[in-house]
Design a protein around this ligand. Structure first.
Ligand code: ADA
Length: 556
């Protein structure tokens, strides 16, 4: 199962997901002689009973068939490092768990092929600069997202980006990148269908082996997309024998003063942070569970999810498009230090992650903003060039969405001028202050923001919360009890939704998730227990408290 809708009618796409052969390996170069085990793809080997908590390299193997055409293997996510071999030959290397990459197998090698993927979830800053053992979340290893085999015709579509020019009238601009075989025809027909209706039909001259074209198009019967009415339109481009279908939503998002406007109307973002994690499936949530998560979010009266702290699965975004949830899509990072941000290899890995994330999620109407560098050293002036570079890259790739970063440096932050939205992670009542003094602390924070001239942009409280062990109540109802968490969120949220500058809130967090062994002492059960639900999605007391407050907030 790949996209949650048919994204090709003409191109042949084979889903390679299933149970593959598997073996542990001594290093990430060696292909084992034997593959004695079996492993699900997608799946996380260190979430499976045979290899719980295993950190190290492993090998996966399967077979596929090709005819004489060019074929493309698409990997939607391999954590953290992947080395791909076809028929024993290395053909691709990729680092970074949560974005996709592909490898082309040239035309003219029909037959049955062996596919081996060497995967490594080790922490190795040189080979994999996005992942570190100190993170407050467990990065699982494996082929964590689907794998597919595409059969490419002589001229094929690389990518289509659909930009909404006019969300009311349905004006679109399509950017289509294509490639062709050296001996392919140098002219093909381009046809664009919107909701099944042909809106463009013209010849395309393709003298070069790769190129791109811009096509304006109009949606014949335009219906805007919003959380209340998530209307979707399909855009299909046919290029010679190839085609690609994208699902789009007509909507506009922009920032005006302290407000976030969706289709010209101010919107309050009532949200939570969500890790893509489950004790049994690791990062590889089955689509059934993704939909269940969305149903919990809807029950909670949420209209917003922050994808913490990495690009969320494309199938989750497909569901958010359908269900009308707004998403903050974030590049992979957690508490990067000044030495990271001044390291060219780290910045290059961030740029790669941003490029891949934007390319893969730009057509989702649910994605309304981009985020980078969760809780990095944004109070350190030496980190400014990195912020400028990464936020600049996002703006260059997609001028249509606001950009932000979640800061825990509060009044000492140096880079808020670079963001469209100010986002703050705060934990009063948990790491400091208490239930009585927390609103005083937050009043001072707001005052400080104003004094520094930062009161003029929208403000999102991108994290706040309290740990609660599922089921724990006692006479004192202190920290780690469900009532303490419920009370803290009651105080925090009621205070936040009353602040005019606050355009949104993302509670930390949707559900409990496994933390890393390095953080275990401050994390009972080795979990980050600040979920409104536990890791098996059982709601805690705070769930109903938040549900009631968010019902009011979304009408604010
Ligand atoms: C940070 C971080 C989260 C989580 C949280 C907490 O703000 O961004 O990933 O670790 O703190 O629970 O303390």
């Amino acid at each position: 199962m790949l996209r949650l809708f048919a994204d090709h009618e003409r191109r042949l796409v084979q889903d390679l997901c299933g149970i593959w052969d598997f073996a542990l390996t001594p290093d990430r170069q060696t292909v084992p002689d034997e593959f004695p085990e079996r492993m699900p793809v997608p799946g996380c080997y260190d979430a499976m009973p045979a290899h719980l908590d295993y950190r190290g390299p492993a090998a996966y193997r399967t077979w596929f068939e090709t005819d004489a055409r060019r074929h493309r293997l698409v990997f939607e996510g391999v954590s953290h490092i992947a080395r791909v071999l076809v028929d024993g030959q290395p053909v691709a290397w990729h680092s970074g768990a949560f974005t996709s990459f592909h490898v082309d197998l040239p035309a003219g090698i029909p037959g049955r092929h062996e596919l081996v993927v060497l995967v490594d979830n080790s922490f190795d800053a040189e080979a994999s600069p996005l992942h570190y053992s100190y993170f407050d979340w467990y990065t699982y290893g494996g082929i964590i997202r689907p794998v597919a085999l595409h059969r490419l015709p002589p001229v094929w579509i690389e990518q289509m980006t659909v930009q909404t020019q006019d969300w009311r009238a349905g004006g679109l601009n399509l950017h289509i990148a294509w490639s062709r075989e050296a001996d392919a025809p140098t002219e093909v027909e381009v046809v664009v269908l919107v909701d099944g209706e042909i809106v463009v039909k013209e010849p395309l001259a393709c003298p070069e082996v790769a190129g791109s074209l811009e096509i304006p198009a109009i949606v014949p019967d335009p219906k805007p997309w919003s959380p209340a009415e998530p209307n979707l339109h399909t855009v299909q481009v046919r290029l010679g024998e190839d085609d690609l279908i994208e699902r789009i939503g007509l909507r506009d998002v922009r920032v005006e003063g302290t407000q976030i406007l969706l289709n010209d109307e101010p919107i309050y973002l009532a949200g939570v942070n969500r890790h893509e994690a489950h004790p049994q499936f690791g990062h590889s949530l089955p689509p059934e569970l993704m939909l269940a998560d969305i149903q919990w979010l809807k029950k909670l009266n949420c209209n917003f999810v922050r994808g913490s702290h990495y690009p969320q699965d494309f199938r989750f975004l497909d569901l958010c498009d359908e269900q009308g949830l707004l998403v903050w899509q974030e590049a992979t990072s957690w508490q990067a230090r000044p030495d990271h941000l001044s390291d060219p290899a780290f910045v290059a890995a961030q740029l790669q992650c941003i490029d891949e994330m934007v390319a893969q999620s730009i057509n989702h109407p649910s994605v309304i903003m981009w985020g980078i560098l969760n809780e990095a050293a944004s109070d350190d002036p030496t980190t400014r060039p990195a912020y400028e570079r990464l936020l600049g890259r996002l703006r260059e790739l997609d001028p249509s969405r606001p950009v932000t970063y979640a800061s825990h440096r509060h009044l000492t932050d140096q880079h808020f001028d670079l963001a469209d939205i100010i986002s703050l992670n705060i934990y009063p009542g948990w790491y400091f202050a208490n239930l009585e003094t927390m609103t005083g602390w937050m009043d001072n924070l707001m005052q400080g923001l104003k004094e520094r001239g930062w009161g003029k942009k929208p403000l999102i409280f991108s994290e706040f919360g309290a740990g609660a062990i599922y089921g724990w109540h006692d006479a004192r109802n202190g920290k780690w009890s469900e009532p303490y968490q419920a009370k803290l969120l009651d105080i925090a949220l009621n205070w936040m939704i009353a602040q005019p500058q606050v355009a949104g809130t993302a509670i930390w967090q949707f559900c409990d998730c496994l933390s890393s062994p390095e953080r275990a002492t401050g994390r009972p059960r080795e979990f980050n227990n600040k979920g409104l639900l536990d890791e098996y999605r059982r709601p805690k007391l705070a769930f109903d408290v938040v549900r009631e407050i968010y019902a009011r907030a979304i009408k604010r």
